[in-house]
Design a protein around this ligand. Structure first.
Ligand SMILES: C[S@@+](CC[C@H](N)C(=O)[O-])C[C@H]1O[C@@H](n2cnc3c(N)ncnc32)[C@H](O)[C@@H]1O
Ligand SMILES: Nc1nc2[nH]cc(C(=O)O)c2c(=O)[nH]1
Ligand code: SF4
Ligand SMILES: [Mg+2]
Length: 213
């Protein structure tokens, strides 16, 4: 199996329960809910995406023929000093990472003592061996992955109210304001919802607020 990676970079997790934690991000190319072309956005299942995931031309991107090759590339990007209380941390995102993340890649990373997280839309099952599962459901897409560590719902999605997901088997429940021209209004609405429904916490995209990748 070969892998198509849009970009890969070292930054801090900007969102959710692990906000602020150093990580190598591996952004796989391609998604099952949008082609990534602007002219298709209006008819896409997921129409609010904030990410360019087409092609392999980004910083640290490329085509990798083997799991070993991609794992070596990701480990090379890690800048953390050795620390017995903090393993190297790799977050697979995209696009939709579960179109490409496989057992071979998970195994070789675990062989190097890497902790592995995934950011997924929940339409595909997460393979065994992922250490941290973040699911972000999309209103018009079937949800297959109904358990995990955090559920991070982009808010608002009129056809996907938080109540639809509150009973699922996640440890953390977040609302993340939809980033578009109305972001301030969406943020205010998310704050109001969290205040009324304390199960839910606010996830800000802090990397955007401070201008890091
Ligand atoms: C670009 S997606 C890639 C991973 C996967 N395809 C997914 O949707 O979870 C990464 C995260 O950004 C969130 N996201 C995408 N577009 C957003 C937007 N306009 N505003 C806020 N969050 C957004 C997604 O819901 C997801 O939690
Ligand atoms: N800093 C930072 N944190 C993130 N958390 C999830 C991201 C994503 O695009 O999946 C992301 C991202 O692109 N950058
Ligand atoms: S599912 Fe994720 S990557 Fe795909 S279009 Fe939606 S937000 Fe973007
Ligand atoms: Mg992002």
């Amino acid at each position: 199996m070969s892998y198509s990676v849009k970009e890969a970079f070292y930054s801090l997790q900007g969102e959710g329960a692990r906000t602020g934690r150093a990580a190598v991000f591996c952004r796989f190319a391609g998604c099952n809910l949008w082609s990534g072309r602007e002219q298709d956005r209006g008819t896409a299942v997921c129409d609010f995406c904030d990410t360019d995931f087409r092609g392999t031309d980004g910083d640290g991107g490329g085509r990798f023929d083997t799991a070993q090759g991609l794992a070596a590339h990701l480990l090379h990007l890690w800048r953390g000093q050795p620390d017995e209380r903090a393993s190297p941390y790799v977050i697979f995102t995209g696009g939709e990472p579960l179109l490409q993340l496989d057992a071979a890649l998970l195994a070789v990373l675990h062989d190097h003592d890497v902790e592995i997280a995934v950011e997924t839309n929940g339409t595909l099952p997460v393979p065994d061996g992922v250490d941290w599962i973040c699911v972000s459901p999309k209103a018009d897409a079937g949800l297959v992955q109904t358990r995990g560590d955090e559920l991070k719902l982009v808010y608002p999605q009129p056809l996907a109210p938080p109540e639809r997901f509150a009973g699922l088997a996640f440890r953390h429940f977040f609302l993340q304001p939809r980033d578009d021209t109305q972001r301030a209004a969406h943020t205010a609405a998310a704050v109001a919802y969290c205040k009324a429904h304390p199960r839910w916490r606010l996830s800000l995209q802090t990397h955007k607020l401070i201008g890091i990748p």
